[in-house]
Design a protein around this ligand. Structure first.
Ligand SMILES: NC(=O)c1ccc[n+]([C@@H]2O[C@H](COP(=O)([O-])OP(=O)(O)OC[C@H]3O[C@@H](n4cnc5c(N)ncnc54)[C@H](O)[C@@H]3O)[C@@H](O)[C@H]2O)c1
Length: 338
């Protein structure tokens, strides 16, 4: 099912980007991947071929290279950009903030400049629930005040601001900022998934590595939060559902010019750290030994999404539950030495 539209996917060999590439191809789009492989491998392209039967064009390059971007837009007929490339570790962003502003803010400006010059105006951006900071109410609606609590979050807020200004001054732009909650899981084939370098920042890959014996103990950061069992509650969303949300957002942008849409992508349901550990133990049949340590600075007690906007505007709803998230993460963990 070809639809003759071509999408440039930055960060397309990364965790979420690779799943979006698969969903785009399966929805009939042509895809060009641009990635500097700073946090992924080009073998992901082979896995995408195995899953879809299509080899997306791969360009090894950096989004901060304006000349490269101009040549990519000149030599291809591109209809839209999905922009995943960037740095994403909250802790690291406090240590090397300039690298975060350079990759995430400067890099995005370079892409937008190249798009403007080439007359391409459809843009889907990877934002994050981190833009909401400490929740004043739950579930988090898109109108919740935004305030970042670390440099990474600041980069997302700054880009959202840039995109708002852009949409306001030129109504040809079609922009969607997708605010992800907690992406987890892997493709059902077990061929693509999350491969964190070093110690995982996120719960699910950490749990998977402890279950498989790669790490001895999971550290649970705090069990004295004001939640049912005292551990942090998050809205985990399956990465395949998330990827499908991008395809729906692109279709929405194709239908609606002159808007900047900001929309939550989550399930609308929160699970605690202990509930996730228990679910993973059930699925894997392996124990996940854990140790409670003190709270991590900046972590909120609970956070989950209001998903009404995604349902009404994007016609999107997450379909995969916690069991499938754990099953797919476990398959990926066992299949690959990632
Ligand atoms: N994973 C999450 O929990 C999460 C949550 C909210 C938002 N996001 C955002 O989603 C996007 C994708 O996240 P992910 O989890 O897939 O991360 P990832 O690190 O797996 O993927 C990002 C990709 O971008 C590439 N990249 C980084 N800097 C680049 C540059 N300057 N030029 C070209 N390529 C570059 C990396 O090599 C990598 O392949 C990021 O913008 C991230 O901030 C992620």
């Amino acid at each position: 099912m070809q639809n003759n539209k071509t999408v440039l996917v930055t960060g397309g060999t990364g965790y979420i980007g690779s799943h979006a590439v698969v969903e785009l191809i399966e929805s009939g789009y042509r895809v060009i991947v641009l990635d500097n492989l700073s946090n992924s491998r080009d073998t992901v392209i082979d896995s995408i071929f195995t899953i879809t039967g299509v080899v997306p064009e791969f360009i090894l390059g950096d989004i901060r290279n304006g000349a490269l971007l101009d040549s990519v837009f000149k030599s291809h007929s591109i209809d839209a950009v999905m922009h995943f490339a960037g740095l994403k570790a909250v802790g690291e962003s406090t240590e090397i903030p300039l690298a975060y502003y350079d990759n995430n803010v400067n890099g995005t400006i370079q892409i937008l400049n190249a798009m403007k010059a080439a007359g391409v105006r459809s843009f889907i951006f990877s934002s994050s629930a981190t833009v909401y900071g400490h929740p004043e109410w739950l579930p988090l609606t898109e109108s919740h005040p935004r305030r970042a609590t670390n440099p990474y979050g600041n980069t997302k807020l700054m880009v959202e601001g840039i995109l708002e200004d852009l949409a306001a001054c030129d109504n040809e732009w079609r922009i969607a900022c997708l605010r992800y909650f907690n992406p987890v899981g892997a493709h059902g084939t077990g061929l693509i998934g999350e491969s964190p370098a070093g110690l995982p920042n996120n719960l699910m890959p950490y749990v998977a590595q402890v279950a498989s014996g790669r790490r001895p103990t999971l550290y649970v950061f705090g069990n004295d939060y004001d939640t049912a069992d005292g551990t942090g509650v998050r809205d985990y969303v399956h990465v395949v559902d998330l990827a499908k949300g991008h395809v729906n957002a692109l279709a929405y942008c194709e239908r609606n010019a002159g808007r900047m849409l900001a929309v939550n992508l989550g399930t609308g349901v929160g699970y605690s750290v202990l509930e996730m550990i228990q679910a993973f133990e059930q699925v894997s049949g392996k124990p996940v030994p854990y140790k409670v340590v003190s709270r991590r600075e900046g972590d909120v007690a609970a956070c989950w999404a209001d998903v009404a906007l995604a349902e009404s505007l994007l016609k999107w709803k997450a379909e995969r539950g916690v069991r499938q998230m754990c099953e797919d993460a476990w398959r990926w963990e066992r299949n690959f030495e990632n």
